[in-house]
Design a protein around this ligand. Structure first.
Ligand code: SF4
Length: 203
């Protein structure tokens, strides 16, 4: 019997620069998967919340998009990509030596085939799977209110020591940026993450 290839709902896919966190400035191919059940009140990608209604693609089709570009760096983002069983996709991308970065709130268990890099961005709206505090390669906390700084510190305390840790103002918020800048100077174990793609007006 022929085994059907898994398919994934894709909201959008594009070649651009990573705008956030550790890999900011890196040319990367983005695969934005549909579906999120975290429910952040300030979410700026609400259109990605539904799981249904998106065109679906096989890992081989997605690999073909990526390999039409010279980048070796793929970002799996959402939505919340861990809603999906990502292992088949990761295995296909890895088979040709691509570097796979997963951006997740940690809302669901990690794929059994792990990506090369996990950008862990926990949200107050849903307790993450605790395994991400061990697996994360970077921590990125979005700051929407001042109390998020304290919450971010509590998140960092649960991660591995010296994990690269970023504070990011929620969608251009100038007040949040001011809080972060002041906080960073007092707490230099954090770094600033700006959404550079927004400032550059690129996808
Ligand atoms: S986890 Fe991301 S996509 Fe989901 S609601 Fe929060 S900000 Fe939006």
């Amino acid at each position: 019997m022929t085994k059907l290839a898994p398919v994934y709902p894709i909201v959008e896919h594009f070649y651009s620069l990573q705008g956030e966190g550790f890999w900011a400035g890196k040319p990367a191919y983005f695969l934005r998967l549909g579906g999120c059940d975290v429910g952040c009140s300030w979410c700026d990608t609400r259109h990605s919340w539904p799981q249904e209604g998106w065109p679906t693609y096989t890992p081989a089709e997605m690999l073909a998009w990526v390999t039409q570009t010279p980048t070796r760096h793929v970002v799996l983002t959402g939505g919340e990509p861990t809603l999906h069983s990502l292992s088949a996709l990761i295995q296909t991308l890895r088979a040709v030596g691509l570097f796979i970065q997963l951006e997740t709130s940690g809302a669901h268990a990690p794929p059994s085939t792990l990506p090369d890099w996990i950008t862990f961005s926990p949200k107050r709206f849903r307790e993450p799977d605790p395994v991400y505090y061990e697996l994360a390669h970077e921590l990125k906390v979005v700051v929407h209110s001042r109390s998020d700084l304290l919450w971010a510190e509590a998140q960092r305390a649960r991660c591995k020591p010296n994990l690269p840790a970023f504070l990011q103002p929620q969608a251009y918020q100038s007040a949040a940026l001011e809080w972060i800048l002041a906080y960073l100077k007092e707490n230099p174990h954090w770094r600033l993450s700006m959404q550079w793609h927004r400032y550059l007006a690129i996808p």
